[in-house]
Write a protein that binds this ligand. Structure first.
Ligand code: G3P
Ligand code: CA
Length: 319
């Protein structure tokens, strides 16, 4: 069904015109001497003064900013360090990637191989091509998932999904959970939901405000919606406008790569009601610079998924 919806772009423009700057923190995001960008400085425990969802300023402050794989410009992606840093920078929404080990444990890692983000080639030299699905959870727990990024992160681990959910909960954060390459892991949808349930993430409060499940696989998103119709879901991709109504039957959001979208496409998505009877939303990825952040904000996107959340938040808060 199509819907008349106030343009998010207009809200963003209003925020810009009125100088509605709620950011309490200005980050510095570069280092001239290191391959690893310096983490922005912020007093421990500092949170940005952001409007509460559903509160009086919600919708007038520009897109929601998601820390992609955690604050992954400044800490090793998908580690607990990366979500802790996102928290310290004041970001409650974090994104991750879920895959499965040989013995059936869900773990948080982006690639379906271990060698880019761990020291697996040193620890298990004879096990090329180092697929996640060919290693047990105990083997993966031995790997260093931090030193590739910077020696100060030596000792970081590939978290299990249980460990990760407990940390997001402790940090009072919210999660955009991606089921990665579900075709490699039959039944991963049910298994992911089981872990979410057992860690307390499928109660009413979490489902209503703190969790979104997404995938590049439409079949996967459809399965999650069938198994838990109350959950908010997102499809990763940029379907043609003519196909959008089919997606709206089982998902609430269409999350595209930023280079593939236009204001007209965003408006077409917003013109449809999603699986829960609300206007379909758009969270775009991966935007790490201020100019692109403002560009997609002005297209009317609802969220921006970024490795450098401080850079993007400052850009979309300002003129
Ligand atoms: O959340 C969107 C984004 O994560 C999709 O791409 O490859 O980083 O998982 P990728
Ligand atoms: Ca992802």
């Amino acid at each position: 069904m199509y819907v008349v919806r106030p343009a998010a772009a207009a809200a963003a423009a209003f925020a810009a015109l009125t100088g509605l700057t709620l950011t309490a923190l200005a980050g510095t995001a570069s280092s001239a001497t290191s391959a690893v960008p310096a983490a922005p400085t912020a007093p421990a425990g500092t949170f940005r003064a952001l409007p509460l969802p559903g509160g009086p300023l919600d919708g007038l402050s520009g897109p929601v900013v998601y820390a992609h794989r955690g604050a992954s410009a400044y800490a090793p992606e998908n580690t607990l360090d990366a979500i802790d840093l996102a928290m310290r920078l004041g970001f409650d929404w974090v994104e991750n990637d879920v895959q499965r080990t040989k013995d059936g444990e869900l773990v948080v890692i982006h690639d379906d191989t271990l060698n880019r983000t761990t020291d697996v080639e040193q620890v298990f030299p004879g096990r090329s091509p180092w697929k996640v699905k060919d290693f047990t959870a105990a083997e993966i727990a031995r790997l260093d998932a931090g030193s590739w990024f910077g020696e100060e992160f030596t000792g970081a681990r590939v978290p299990t999904l249980r460990e990760y959910m407990n940390r997001v909960q402790r940090n009072q954060q919210r999660l955009l959970l991606e089921i990665k390459k579900p075709e490699l892991y039959p039944g991963i949808e049910e298994q992911t939901l089981k872990v979410l349930d057992e860690t307390g993430w499928l109660d009413e409060r979490h489902v209503a405000r703190r969790l979104v499940v997404q995938s590049f696989s439409a079949d996967c998103v459809r399965s999650v919606h069938r198994l838990r119709p109350d959950l908010v879901t997102a499809f990763l991709g940029t379907p043609p406008v003519a196909d959008l109504p089919r997606y709206a039957e089982f998902t609430d959001r269409i999350n595209p790569w930023h280079t593939t979208i236009s204001a007209d496409w965003v408006a077409a998505v917003h013109g449809l009601l999603g699986a829960h009877g609300k206007a379909l939303e758009v969270d775009t990825w991966i935007v790490d610079d201020a100019a692109t952040a403002r560009k997609v904000r002005d297209m009317g996107v609802d969220g921006i998924i970024t490795n450098a959340p401080d850079v993007v938040q400052d850009a979309v808060d300002g003129f």
